[in-house]
Design a protein around this ligand. Structure first.
Ligand code: HMG
Ligand code: MG
Length: 314
């Protein structure tokens, strides 16, 4: 059963305060698969990426050039990218933490990278083996060199709402960290609720705090994990403020190996169902996504956590 089968007209009037169109930044192949206990074979990853592109997604975060001992699930990044059928019009960003990662991205002919900082000291240490300040010293030359090579650079910021070791994170602290990434040359800042604890009021306050610091919603994306079931509500709060890039993961795969209690990302199918209902354009084919996530769930040996996938996968 698709959206039209429950009586929604094919062309819905759009709610006035929402963006007309949203860019879905698909993170399943990276954020999803980095957290799997077993490494997914490269052939399965390649088919996953192809199916997602066939489903109409055009921003597909493919993998990471991180240390293979830290994230063995993505140790096949070179092979994956050398064999990937990069579709015309699609972008395949990869995560890069440092100069070594950037060398690998350049060798792989990558046009889009993302660096990933933490708003908190504790997670910088656990995720990057850096202090809070050292992480920026690591990223700044990477961003400058990548920009010099003509790459687009996104900056992720983790623990923007709550941190398992430090508790609730103050918006001022998040804005200060975000400004450092933007000032260093990141073209977009993705605000990560790494452990999925945020609520919509916090999203509003954080967008306000960025606006007060001169950072408009055009520079922002949102990245919600769904641990407490708030990812979709938080996304709607961000959309109502004008944020128009939303990160999600097909089937709700995901988590972070270095953040206790982080579960899957907002599921792409749940996002698409909501955007369809709101009349916001996104370009993805829900039925093809559901088929893909059902196929992937079979490969992983467990059902998809996405409510929409479970409802529609007849
Ligand atoms: P380190 O151990 O401190 O590295 O790790 P190092 O600089 O001391 O180097 C040690 C060795 O590693 C050296 O080799 C380097 O060459 C090598 P040796 O000389 O000993 O033979 N090395 C590398 N090899 C391959 N690729 C590299 C690389 N870098 C160094 N890039 C490091 C520091 C940053 C590398 C490590 O901490 C790391 O890889 N961390 C990544 C952790 C990660 O991927 N976490 C998940 C992604 S973040 C996330 O999921 C959150 C997000 O979704 C948003 C949200 O939800 O909030 C984005
Ligand atoms: Mg994440």
């Amino acid at each position: 059963m698709g959206a039209r089968d429950v009586g929604l007209p094919e062309h819905l009037p759009r709610s006035g305060e929402l963006p007309a169109e949203v860019t879905i930044w698909e993170v399943g192949p990276r954020d999803g698969l980095q957290n799997e206990a077993a490494t997914v074979p490269v052939d399965v990853k390649l088919e996953f990426l192809d199916r997602l592109a066939d489903a109409g997604l055009t921003t597909l975060e493919a993998t990471s050039f991180v240390h293979p001992k830290w994230v063995p699930q993505l140790a096949d990044a070179e092979e994956l990218l050398s064999r990937l059928d990069r579709r015309t019009g699609a972008r395949y960003p990869v995560l890069v933490p440092n100069a070594r990662g950037l060398d690998r991205a350049v060798d792989a002919g990558i046009a889009d990278i993302a660096v990933f900082a933490s708003a908190t000291e504790s997670f910088a240490k656990r995720n990057l083996n850096s202090t809070y300040d050292e992480q920026f010293a690591m990223f700044e030359p990477v961003i400058a060199r990548a920009r010099g090579e003509g790459m687009a650079v996104r900056g992720y910021l983790s623990m923007c709402f709550g941190d398992p070791w430090e508790g609730v994170v103050d918006p001022g602290q998040v804005v200060a960290a975000g400004r450092r990434l933007l000032d260093a040359g990141c073209g977009q800042l993705s605000l990560g609720d790494t452990i999925g604890v945020a609520t919509p009021g916090q999203v509003d306050r954080l967008v306000d705090a960025f606006a007060a610091a001169g950072v408009g919603v055009d520079a922002l994306a949102v990245h919600f994990h769904d641990t407490y079931g708030q990812a979709l509500s938080n996304t709607l709060a961000a959309l109502r403020r004008g944020v128009a890039t939303v990160d999600s993961s097909a089937g709700g795969l995901g988590g972070c190996p270095y953040a206790e209690s982080a579960t899957g990302n907002l599921a792409t199918e749940d996002l698409v169902w909501m955007l369809d209902g709101l009349g916001v354009r996104h370009g993805a084919d829900l039925d093809a996504l559901v088929t893909t996530s059902t196929w992937m769930a079979q490969r992983l040996g467990r059902p998809s956590p996405s409510r929409v996938v479970r409802a529609l996968a007849g």
